[in-house]
Design a protein around this ligand. Structure first.
Ligand code: AMP
Ligand code: ZN
Length: 137
């Protein structure tokens, strides 16, 4: 299956690479929310967050934190968003697991606020029980 991020890993597609080691690579997003919007991915192709083995995921998150330090300090950002879209319903468009690091500026004008829902009577506890009973550990 054709995957643009695998092509970046293989160096058959161009990218502005920020960091790379044996398992993880980070590069600038080609269509940034703000300049400096960066992506961190495992070099191995996993379609989404839940497919990434925990040892690789652990390393990836260390890189996400270090990259965030670089983005925030290097660009003098006022804040940052770290996010991962998983599944079409959540807006994932490249099906190779990745984390976005988006530098934010008080002047950038973005609003990430959505219309929030409210719980019905007793619903909060019912939902919590459903989640707790499905946590694998
Ligand atoms: P998502 O929509 O969460 O799956 O994010 C995919 C991200 O990959 C988008 O923000 C795209 O702008 C970015 N993207 C797609 N192709 C490339 C590419 N060739 N180089 C860098 N970023 C890319
Ligand atoms: Zn891939």
């Amino acid at each position: 299956m054709k995957c643009v991020f695998c092509d970046i890993v293989q160096k058959t597609a161009k990218a502005e690479i920020l960091f790379e080691d044996e398992k993880i690579i980070s590069f600038l997003d080609i269509n940034p929310f703000n300049v400096g919007h960066s992506l961190v991915i495992p070099k191995t192709h996993y379609e989404n967050f839940l497919e990434v083995p925990s040892d690789i995921f652990g390393e990836m998150f260390v890189v996400v934190q270090q990259l965030t330090k670089g983005v925030v300090t290097g660009l003098n950002a006022d804040g940052y968003n770290i996010l991962s879209n998983n599944g079409r319903a959540a807006g994932q468009s490249v099906f190779h697991c990745h984390f976005h690091i988006i530098p934010r500026f008080t002047t950038d004008g973005y609003k990430f606020k959505m219309d929030l829902k409210k719980y019905g009577n007793g619903e909060m506890n019912m939902i919590a029980e459903k989640i707790k009973s499905a946590i694998p550990f």
